[in-house]
Design a protein around this ligand. Structure first.
Ligand SMILES: NC(=O)c1ccc[n+]([C@@H]2O[C@H](COP(=O)([O-])OP(=O)(O)OC[C@H]3O[C@@H](n4cnc5c(N)ncnc54)[C@H](O)[C@@H]3O)[C@@H](O)[C@H]2O)c1
Ligand SMILES: O=C(O)C(=O)C[C@@H](O)[C@H](O)[C@H](O)COP(=O)(O)O
Ligand SMILES: [Zn+2]
Length: 366
């Protein structure tokens, strides 16, 4: 029997939508069927996820959709690009999908970001639903409507804001997720605690072994808390005029690592893990975060089995990579810093402490 364990609303006026977190929702979800009824539906997924879950989702949708196609993209961050995006458009056009069609993103954040961008732009915008199957996608990327592809010079540089109509997180899909991918999801969860809720950070620290073991009850509760935090921030500032930028904690450094190492060498969550340690270290050097809090965050990241050291690059390389960031102003990066745990602020910083941070956090030194 399918079970909805948590329901969280992303409150955005006419663009509001529910996040349903539960077990077995992939096979039976009235809310999904209501969106699919009588419409042309495209399931966008990838070559790894398709054999795991696509037949179940297809079966669930078959009675409702007027037409059903599946687009299975090549797997990996290195394929979050124009050719993959075009494969989605090719399939939609080949089957004469109209502007009333529905796109269903089935997979991790890479699939979700690309399917979402396709939905934002196909015939100037069609509806889409997120069915996230990684921990990272269930706690972060499926919520909030940021969609994008990468550019060789910068992460997520080409994209659009386009909110899904529904997020359907079936936690049973996480059973097949490799350990490294679970850790990547934990990075974004630790981020939510660090920027907005120290009590939640404490719960993650306490339950880390259970979460790494993907135990159903603590996992579903933590996914729900992360979604609540993200939903609250997005509802307050949908298009990142100011407050939403706090969700970028660890990402100025993290995106530089992803682009600089070549997309896919580090997982997004791994780069965010190391990036959060760098941002905490920078906050400490600016007198905003005490050494104990900085050390606590480092321990939490380590306990999630994430990298705690950054690549050893010359400062000029870091600065060049970070000059391509959506928070940057005319090439000068801004950073999400912690003014104590649970309180995030966004600032430009002097170059000296930044250079010290690169050095202090380089492999082996942090
Ligand atoms: N839009 C946003 O707000 C937002 C937020 C955070 C991250 N992101 C983006 O999300 C991406 C990272 O997402 P991700 O960590 O989910 O990576 P991913 O999409 O690459 O998925 C990770 C791996 O797990 C596989 N997989 C997916 N579900 C599985 C399952 N249930 N069992 C076994 N394998 C499974 C995938 O095929 C892939 O190989 C990055 O591109 C990042 O920039 C976007
Ligand atoms: O939703 C947001 O806002 C975030 O910043 C969430 C991040 O975890 C995510 O990686 C996002 O894609 C980064 O946004 P970007 O604007 O820096 O590309
Ligand atoms: Zn992220």
């Amino acid at each position: 029997m399918p079970k909805t364990l948590h329901e969280i609303d992303v409150s955005l006026g006419e663009r509001s939508y529910p996040i349903l977190i539960g077990e077995g929702l992939l096979d039976d979800c009235p809310a999904l069927l209501a969106h699919a009824r009588g419409r042309q539906v495209a399931i966008v997924t990838n070559e790894t996820v398709a054999p795991l879950f696509e037949p179940r989702l297809r079966r669930a949708l078959a009675g409702a959709a007027s037409a059903l196609v599946t687009v299975a993209l090549p797997d990996g961050e290195a394929h979050k690009d124009w050719p993959s995006l075009n494969r989605i458009f090719d399939a939609l056009l080949a089957d004469r999908f109209d502007r009333n069609c529905l796109i269903v993103a089935l997979g991790g954040g890479v699939v979700g970001d690309m399917a979402g961008f396709a939905a934002a732009t196909y015939q100037r915008g069609v509806d889409f639903v997120q069915v996230p199957t990684t921990l990272l996608a269930q706690v972060d990327s499926s919520v909030g409507g940021k969609t994008a592809i990468n550019h060789p010079l910068g992460k997520n540089m080409i994209g659009a804001f386009h909110q899904p109509r529904l997020v359907l997180a079936d936690v049973t899909t996480l059973r097949s997720l490799p350990q490294r991918e679970l850790s990547a999801g934990l990075a974004e969860m630790l981020k939510h605690g660090a920027i907005a809720d120290p009590a939640y950070l404490g719960e993650l620290e306490r339950d880390m072994a259970a979460l790494l073991g993907c135990e159903p009850a603590p996992m579903a509760a933590a996914i729900a808390r992360s979604c609540e935090i993200k939903a609250e921030v997005v509802a307050a500032d949908e298009r990142e005029a100011d407050r939403r930028a706090i969700l970028n904690f660890g990402h100025t450094f993290g995106h530089a690592i992803e682009a600089g190492m070549g997309y896919g060498a580090w997982l997004h969550g791994e780069a965010v893990g190391a990036g959060m340690i760098m941002a905490a270290e920078l906050s400490r050097r600016l007198g905003m975060l005490d050494a104990a809090a900085c050390g606590r965050l480092r321990e939490a990241v380590a306990s999630a089995r994430l990298p705690v050291s950054a690549p050893r690059w010359p400062a000029e390389r870091w600065l060049e990579l970070m000059s391509v960031d959506k928070k940057a102003e005319q090439g000068t990066p801004k950073f999400v810093l912690l003014d104590g745990l649970g309180k995030a602020v966004v600032r430009k910083v002097p170059e000296a402490p930044l250079r010290e941070t690169f050095e202090a956090c380089a492999a082996g030194d942090a």
